[in-house]
Write a new protein. Sequence first.
Length: 392
Amino acid sequence: MTISFWRYAVLTVAVFPFIYYLLVIYSAARFFRRPRGSAGPAPGGFTPPISNLKPIRGIDPDAYENFASFCRQDYPDYELLFCVSGKDDPAVPILEKLARDFPERSIRVLFGSGSDALNDKAAKLARLVREARNEIVVINDSDVRAEPDYLRTVVAPLADPQVGAVTCLYAPIEDSTLLEKVQTIGMVSDFYAGLMVGWQLEGVRFALGPTIATTRARLAAFGGYAAIASRPGDDLLVGRMIAEQGCRVELLPDYTLRTVPDYGSLADLLSKRTRWYVVMRHMRPWGHLGLLFTQGLPWCLAAIAVHPRLGIALGYLAAYVVLRVAMTWQIGVKGMRDRALWGKMWLLPAWDALAFLIWLASFVRNRFRWRGGEFAIRNGQLAPVAGPLARK
């Protein structure tokens, strides 16, 4: 009786991920079906002066082209403001060349954050916001490559005073290696799937690092980046704290920003994903635990293990494959218009197996590597445990 009970309990719980997949499909269909006007006025009608802020540390692949794409924006009045650690930063010669090649652009480079906060990116952004000449700021990472309409598009929703911030999805310019293809399929089928469900259930209460368009007043209302300069997950926190002010955070349904992949090895990918999972476990512990019921592949294998019959195996595996492909197609192919994603669908089981192992590891790991050091999270704050920062 006991064995039979647990067998059917596993078979029942193994259906939960399928329900989640259906919710993702429904949520993504609604999200991408929204008309352009739902996220604000059409780009072009609202073009206030803006400051484009970029915290820089070292050199990303194709750094010059990434930066130059922001000098080619079809936007009437904006400045580019960079912050590097010091004059010996390897990005400095690239920024100097940028200023020579685009003399018509207002380009400024700041040296040092003026802070010893552990989150170097947030510390640099705190100074960038203070030094910005304009009220509206657009913040993005150094690995972003923008089309000429980018600034017009992401600023347009801010014409609505109820919109406190704007963010958008992002995808790599190209996937040249198997590792990059695995990362892409993981972003679309896993990370973006969670965003779609979050949007459906509670609205947008986050922001994504490649794009945050907001105002200095909205940032100042929660203390700005200086208030979170020793906390992990600064991008998510900014979106959450702006949403808590009673403002809408808009995730654009019809614009995908491009990034340049920087995953040089499997170790790099595992390190970044492990860091993200550990941070999420601390920031949203119950939500992170609940990911157990979104793991279709391991639950399918568990169902087959406790009830090893051909019909059971075919039924669960067929449901897993069909729904997993359908949700990835709904987000990536139909929603983000990435037809090349079809050629990566076969990597879904590999990603799901890898993601499940990283998720399990996140419960026994309290440390992660980040920016040359090793950190832990204690009382919601970053704490160095190895590397030069730990010796300060």
